[in-house]
Design a protein around this ligand. Structure first.
Ligand code: COA
Ligand code: AMP
Length: 629
C-alpha cells in the first residue's frame, strides 16, 4: 500500500485503523474500543484498556530475546565518555530505581519532576516513573530556577530527581543551586529529592530531603510494572503559550504507545534492532518521543548524545556518531545544521567519515529553510525530510512517510498529513480555504491517539486555547498553505510563540519579565530573524519619566533578568530603548509591524495605527543593532 491507500484506510475507518496498530502493543487488558467520545469535544483513546509503558519499552524486549541488544548508547563528547546499556541491564536499572521510588512512597498517579542533563539516567528516571504509573514531568536543564518553580507549583510533585550538573561548552551548570532555589521559591514542597552525582560536580545534599541516586537503591526490592488505565497520564511536559504560565501538556499512556510505535517504521523507516538517533534533549518533546520512548517501545537502539553540533570538539561530531554507532535514521533541528554549515561550509569534515549506514535525515522543531535542506542533501547524499509537529501532538502531524512510500520532497514543505490528522486551512470565520491560500492550520477533531487530551490542571485553558476559535477543530497556532497536491507549508505562528534554535519560547512571558524591571514603563518583545537560530527575541522598552540610570546599565539589567528568570536558553540579548511603541488607536501594540521593520520587509501601513511617525523611531533604534537595514 502506498501513502494514499494508508491515509484512505484511516479515513474510512479511523477506529479500525488504530485498533490494528494497537496489536503491536502488549496489553494487560487489551482495548475493546478505540475512541471514547463520551465527553466530546474532549476525546480520549483506549480508555477501557490497561497497560504499562515501561513494560512495552523495556521488559517485553528482554522477554522476547532482545536482552543482549544495546538499548541505549551514551555518547558524550563534552565529557569524553561513551557507554552502552543493554535491554537486560536497562530492565535491572529501571526496576531498581522504581523500587527505590516506591520504597519512599511514590505510587501510581504521583508526580515526579526530573531535572537532568543528557545522560542515560534521565531516561532511566522517566522509565522508572512509567514503571510505577507515576507521572513524570521533565524540565529542561537550560531553564532557570523560577521556571522550575512554576512547574513544581503546577505539577505538585511528590519527588524530584535531579542531576548534580549539566556540562555546557566551557562551563559546568550546577543544577543543585537551581533546584534548591526553585524549591525555596515554590509554594509546593516535594517530599524528597534523588540526586544523581556526576563526577564533574558533587552536590551537597540536604539531610532528610536529598538522597543519593545509588544509595537510595541499596537494599530495596526491584519494582514490577504497574498496570494503568489507557488514558492515565504518562507524563506532563510544559511548553510555552502566550502568557508567562507554561501549558502542561498531558500525554495519555495507551495512545502514546500505539502512535509512537507506528511512527518508527512508517515515518522513520527503521526496524527493531536498528540504531535511531535524535539529537535533541530529554527536556523537549523530541527528546521524550524520540530519544526515550518511541525507539525503545519499537525495540530500537537509541543514542543519548551529550554535546553540540559544533565545538564538541568540531563540526564533524554528528558524522562521527553516525559512523561509529551505525545510525540508520537521524533526527535533529535545522539550527544544528545551520551551525555546522557555518563552521564547515564546504562540508569538508564529512569526508573523514563513512556515513553510508544512514538512510535519511529528519528535521523538525522549526522551519527548515531551503538553503539548509539543500546543503544537507548535497553533503550527506541522503534524503532530507522536514516534518512538522508540536509538543501537543507528540509526533508528526505532517511528514514524509518514508517507511510506507517516500514521497517526492518539495523543499519548504514538511510534505503531507499523516494518518490520524485531517489537516485543513481555515479562514478567520473557520471556513476551509482553497488550495494555495494562506490561513490558520487546524486539525479536525478528534485528534489521533497519543495527542494531548487536556492540559494539566487546566481543562478550561485547554478548551480556550485549542478548541474554541474553530469549533470542531484543534487550532494548531500555526498558519500555512496546502497546495494542490496536498503538501502543507508552515509559514508562521498566529500567536506570540517564537522559535529560538528549535526551542519554543513565549514573547509574552519575556514581556512580563521586562515589565517587572522598576524603570520599565512599557515594553514589547518580538522575534527577529536570525541566520543561525532561526529567530531571536528582541525587546523594546520605554523607560519611566525621570529615569536617571544610564541606558546601557538598564539594558544589561534586563538581559540578566531574562537569563535569571527564564534561563540562558532564551538567548535574550537584544534590547532597544525607545520613547514610544507603535500602537493602534485602541492601544494594541503593533508587534507584527515591528517584526517586518526589523527584518527590512515591505509592509502595509496598518489602517488603525495611531501615529505612523513612531515607526521611524523604531527603525532608528533598530539600525545600530544591525536590523531594519
Ligand atoms: N543546560 C544549561 N544551559 C544550557 C542548556 C542546558 N541543557 N542548553 C543550552 N544552554 C545554554 C547554553 O550554554 C547557552 O548559554 P550562553 O548564553 O551562556 O552561551 C544558551 O543556553 C543558549 O544555548 P543554545 O540554544 O544551545 O545555543 P548556542 O549558541 O550555545 O549553540 C547551536 C547554538 C545551534 C549549536 C545550538 O542551539 C544547538 O545545538 N541547537 C540544536 C537545537 C536542538 O536540538 N533543539 C531541540 C529541538 S528538536
Ligand atoms: P514544539 O512544541 O516546541 O515542538 O514547537 C512546535 C512549533 O514549532 C510548531 O507549532 C511550529 O510553529 C514549529 N515547528 C515545528 N516543526 C516545524 C517544521 N517542520 N516547520 C516549521 N515549523 C515547525
Amino acid at each position: 500500500m502506498g501513502y494514499k491507500d494508508v491515509y484512505q484506510t484511516w479515513q474510512n475507518d479511523p477506529e479500525g485503523f488504530w485498533m490494528d496498530q494497537a496489536q503491536a502493543i502488549d496489553w494487560v487488558t487489551p482495548p475493546k474500543k478505540a475512541l471514547d467520545d463520551s465527553k466530546a469535544p474532549l476525546y480520549r483513546w483506549f480508555t477501557d484498556a490497561e497497560v504499562n509503558t515501561c513494560y512495552n519499552a523495556v521488559d517485553r524486549h528482554v522477554e522476547n530475546g532482545r536482552g543482549d541488544q544495546t538499548a541505549i548508547i551514551y555518547d558524550s563528547p563534552i565529557t569524553d565518555t561513551k557507554s552502552k546499556i543493554t535491554y537486560a541491564e536497562l530492565q535491572t536499572r529501571v526496576a531498581s530505581l522504581a523500587g527505590a521510588l516506591r520504597a519512599k512512597g511514590v505510587a501510581k498517579g504521583d508526580r515526579v519532576i526530573i531535572y537532568m542533563p543528557m545522560v542515560p539516567e534521565a531516561l532511566e528516571a522517566m522509565l522508572a516513573c512509567a514503571r510505577l504509573g507515576a507521572i513524570h514531568s521533565v524540565v529542561f536543564g537550560g531553564f532557570a530556577a523560577s521556571e522550575l518553580a512554576v512547574r513544581i507549583d503546577d505539577a505538585t510533585p511528590k519527588a524530584i530527581i535531579a542531576g548534580s550538573c549539566g556540562v555546557e561548552p566551557g562551563r559546568i551548570v550546577k543544577y543543585k543551586p537551581l533546584l534548591d532555589g526553585a524549591i525555596e521559591q515554590a509554594k509546593h514542597k516535594p517530599e524528597f529529592c534523588i540526586i544523581f552525582q556526576r563526577e564533574q560536580e558533587t552536590a551537597d545534599l540536604i539531610a532528610g530531603r536529598d538522597f543519593d541516586w545509588h544509595a537510595v537503591q541499596k537494599d530495596v526490592a526491584p519494582a514490577e510494572c504497574v498496570p494503568v488505565k489507557g488514558d492515565h497520564p504518562a507524563y506532563i511536559l510544559y511548553t510555552s503559550g502566550t502568557t508567562g504560565a507554561p501549558k502542561g501538556v498531558v500525554r495519555p499512556t495507551a495512545g502514546h504507545l500505539v502512535a509512537l510505535n507506528w511512527t518508527m517504521k512508517n515515518i522513520y523507516n527503521v526496524d527493531p534492532g536498528d540504531v535511531f538517533w535524535a539529537a535533541s534533549d530529554v527536556g523537549w518533546v523530541v527528546g521524550h518521543s524520540y530519544i526515550c520512548y518511541a525507539p525503545l517501545i519499537h525495540g530500537n537502539t537509541t543514542v543519548v548524545f551529550e554535546g553540540k553540533p559544533i565545538g564538541t570538539p568540531d563540526a564533524g561530531t554528528f558524522w562521527r556518531v553516525i559512523e561509529e554507532h551505525n545510525v540508520r535514521s537521524f533526527f535533529t533541528a535545522p539550527t544544528a545544521f545551520r551551525a555546522i554549515k557555518r563552521e564547515d561550509p564546504k562540508g569538508e569534515m564529512i569526508k573523514n567519515y563513512d556515513i553510508s549506514c544512514l538512510r535519511a535525515l529528519y528535521l523538525a522543531g522549526e522551519r527548515a529553510d531551503p538553503d539548509t535542506i539543500e546543503w544537507a542533501q548535497k553533503i550527506m547524499g541522503v534524503p532530507v525530510y522536514d516534518h512538522w509537529w508540536q509538543t501537543e501532538t507528540g509526533y508528526t502531524i505532517a511528514g514524509n512517510p518514508a517507511g510506507i512510500e517516500a514521497l517526492p520532497v518539495k523543499i519548504g514543505s514538511p510534505t503531507v498529513a499523516m494518518p490520524g490528522y485531517d489537516v485543513q486551512i481555515l479562514d478567520e470565520g473557520g471556513n476551509p480555504m482553497p488550495a494555495g491560500e494562506l490561513g490558520a492550520i487546524a486539525v479536525k477533531l478528534p485528534l489521533p491517539p497519543g495527542t494531548l487530551p487536556t492540559l494539566w490542571n487546566a481543562e478550561d485553558r485547554f478548551v480556550k486555547s485549542y478548541l474554541t476559535t474553530f469549533p470542531g477543530y484543534y487550532e494548531t497556532g500555526d498558519a500555512g498553505i496546502i497546495d494542490e497536491d496536498g503538501y502543507l507549508y508552515i509559514m508562521a505562528r498566529t500567536d506570540d510563540v517564537i522559535n529560538v534554535a528549535g526551542h519554543r519560547l513565549s514573547t509574552g512571558a519575556m514581556e512580563e519579565i521586562l515589565a517587572s524591571h522598576p524603570e520599565v514603563g512599557e515594553c514589547a518583545v518580538i522575534g527577529v530573524a536570525d541566520e543561525l537560530k532561526g529567530q531571536l527575541p528582541m525587546g523594546f522598552v520605554c523607560l519611566n519619566n525621570g529615569c536617571t540610570i544610564p541606558e546601557d546599565q538598564i539594558k544589561a539589567e534586563i538581559i540578566k533578568l531574562v537569563r535569571d528568570k527564564i534561563g540562558p536558553v532564551a538567548a535574550f540579548k537584544l534590547v532597544a530603548v525607545v520613547d514610544r511603541l507603535p500602537k493602534t488607536r485602541s492601544g494594541k501594540i503593533l508587534r507584527a509591524t515591528m517584526v517586518k521593520i526589523a527584518g527590512s520587509e515591505d509592509f502595509k501601513m496598518p489602517a488603525t495605527i495611531d501615529d505612523p511617525a513612531i515607526l521611524d523611531e523604531i527603525r532608528a533604534a533598530l539600525k545600530p543593532m544591525g536590523y531594519a537595514k
